[in-house]
Design a protein. Structure first.
Lengths: 111, 112
């Protein structure tokens, strides 16, 4: 079975902090994604990566950056956290043809 | 991606088969039908997908009509843990690098 592991289920940070969300997959997938999910807004793509050191902006990249130094790991960085970044963050991975597999999510609260 | 239509909510008794319908009348010939579910406060979980033949795995069965304009996800013996929002999506198979877009889905409640 595909395993996508997000480093934290719940996280509380303060406004202005730099926040790191980590995601690791164990299936040698080329593609990895970061989404956020908010009530009434559905899934929104922040960034995705199709290879090591490669990244593409999604629909809402402002305020975020990403890092993919190794194939199995994709990190999301909130450069200076703000309260409007309080959300559920979801990491997913897939190869070219398969379905996307998601982690359990990180529920991030910015105070 | 083709648009899908699902009922907003359904109920099913524990131990019975849950049959979740999805309409996708504008599906193209190279688009697959995918099903995901999301249990409250967890990440979406992939269930099954298919092109035109019926598919079965350890979680569910997928029945696609011959004209491919609709499909049904079947959970053969529903348990309380199957209570979740179920999403039907159609997309081309080699869109691995494309974002996933969920519609409103069907909120399935399994009753004891």
């Amino acid at each position: 079975d595909v395993k996508v592991t997000q480093s934290s289920r719940y996280l509380v940070k303060r406004t202005g902090e730099k926040v790191f969300l980590e995601c690791v997959q164990d299936m040698d997938h080329e593609n990895m994604f970061w989404y956020r999910q908010d009530p009434g807004l559905g899934l929104r793509l922040i960034y995705f990566s199709y290879d090591v050191k490669m990244k593409e902006k999604g629909d809402i990249p402002e305020g975020y950056s990403v890092s993919r130094e190794k194939k199995e790991r994709f990190s999301l960085i909130l450069e200076s956290a703000s309260t409007n970044q309080t959300s559920m963050y979801l990491c997913a991975s897939t190869d070219r043809y398969g379905p996307q597999h998601f982690g359990d999510g990180t529920r991030l609260s910015i105070l | 991606d083709a648009k899908t239509t699902q009922p907003p909510s359904m109920d099913c008794a524990e131990g019975r088969a849950a049959n979740l319908p999805c309409n996708h009348s504008t599906i193209s010939g190279n688009e697959y039908v995918y099903w995901y579910r999301q249990i409250h406060s967890q990440g979406p979980q992939y269930i099954i997908h298919g092109l035109k033949n019926n598919e079965t795995n350890e979680m569910a069965s997928l029945i696609i009509t011959e004209d491919r304009k609709s499909s049904t996800l079947i959970l053969p013996h529903a348990t309380l843990r199957d209570t979740a929002v179920y999403y039907c999506i159609v997309r081309v198979a080699d869109q691995g690098a494309q974002k996933l877009v969920f519609g409103q889905g069907t909120r399935l409640t399994i009753n004891p």
